[in-house]
Design a protein around this ligand. Structure first.
Ligand SMILES: Cc1cc2nc3c(=O)[nH]c(=O)nc-3n(C[C@H](O)[C@H](O)[C@H](O)COP(=O)(O)O)c2cc1C
Length: 315
């Protein structure tokens, strides 16, 4: 099967594969740089880090990218959304992916820059709004995705509806792990795919080895939905901390930086995500996509690309 050309305004990656942005600090410069170098779009998870740290990450990713395309992912729900966006634009980022809410302002902010904006949506209505606001592509994310979820519907259900609704390219996301999944999405009208969970199990991903081991050990039934203080459900691997959340016994924050526009303060999601990526799994949340159990190897990013593209070519 022929690969689609994924044109997002003034950028066209060699391959229509995006590594989904993962916060807090799950997708950092080494992963994003390697994905960009392999011909995809490498995305830094920018939510939950300072603007100074983001500047460093963007510069490092660029130095590793071999001239490839680098993006950032910023959650609208973050209180410092505007500052993170302005920092990224100032650093000349190629593309900003934004989800967990919708910003009209961002299209005005990028107007005099070379930066493209790609909203992450889970419905045809939101996709239409994004296109009308000036987006040159959208990511359609289904219920199989890792992290915060905007829908209970499968990507297979929402993708055709969204493709029908807009003229801009639609990038499919949620539970996609190989070239066969990619071919299925292209058949449903996708202009490209976004994969995140697959890239956690890469050599370049900088999370603790305990985090990667939890991914490798996860069975299908270990992937569960939790309540996040952000006000959206989240998909994660069952562990001690998710048990506490279910029992309403997750530790209340003793300190709060008010990092979110709105937060239930049931527990500190920033702390829980940071703990997990640092290897403190019992005190942390391990976000993961629904199909994590189907991945059983940690590979270099280049090998992941070769595998996906070879599988795709056989379809
Ligand atoms: C550990 C982890 C962290 C994530 N963090 C974010 C995030 O900060 N912002 C966001 O828009 N999506 C986030 N996502 C969603 C991914 O970018 C991606 O769209 C989704 O996970 C795709 O499904 P997959 O993981 O099954 O490939 C996260 C996913 C994971 C697994």
């Amino acid at each position: 099967m022929k690969l689609p050309e994924l044109r997002i305004g003034n950028i066209t990656p060699r391959f229509p594969i995006i590594q989904g942005g993962m916060s807090v600090s799950v997708s950092t410069a080494p992963l994003a740089g390697a994905v960009a170098k392999a011909g995809g779009i490498g995305v830094i998870g920018a939510t939950g880090i300072s603007t100074g740290k983001l500047t460093e990450e963007i510069r490092e990713a660029r130095s590793l990218s071999g001239g490839g395309i680098i993006g950032v992912n910023i959650m609208f729900a973050a209180r410092d959304f505007a500052e993170l966006v302005q920092t990224s634009i100032r650093e000349g980022i190629d593309v900003i992916f934004t989800g967990a809410g919708f910003s009209r302002d961002i299209f005005r902010w990028v107007k005099d820059s070379r930066t493209e904006v790609v909203p992450i949506v889970s419905s045809a209505r939101a996709a239409r709004l994004a296109e009308r606001s000036g987006a040159k592509a959208v990511v359609a994310e289904g219920s199989e995705a890792g992290g915060h979820l905007g829908t209970e519907q499968s990507i297979k259900e929402i993708l055709p509806e969204i493709v029908k609704e807009v003229k801009i390219p639609v990038i499919a996301a949620g539970g996609l792990i190989d070239g066969y999944d990619m071919a299925e999405m292209v058949n449903l009208g996708a202009g490209g795919v976004q994969m995140a969970t697959r890239f956690v199990l890469s050599e370049e991903c900088t999370v603790s080895s305990h985090y990667k081991q939890a991914y490798l050990a996860a069975r299908e039934e270990d992937v569960i939905i939790i309540k996040s203080p952000v006000g959206m459900p989240g998909q994660a691997i069952r562990n001690n901390f998710t048990k506490l959340i279910y029992q309403g016994e997750a530790p209340k924050p003793d300190h709060c930086d008010a990092c979110l526009r709105e937060c239930s303060r049931d527990y500190c999601i920033l702390q829980a995500l940071n703990n997990a990526k640092n290897g403190l799994l019992d005190e942390g949340i391990i976000f993961a996509g629904k199909n994590v159990a189907k991945i059983n190897s940690i590979l270099p990013v280049e090998a992941i690309f070769n595998k996906i593209l070879t599988e795709y070519a056989t379809v």
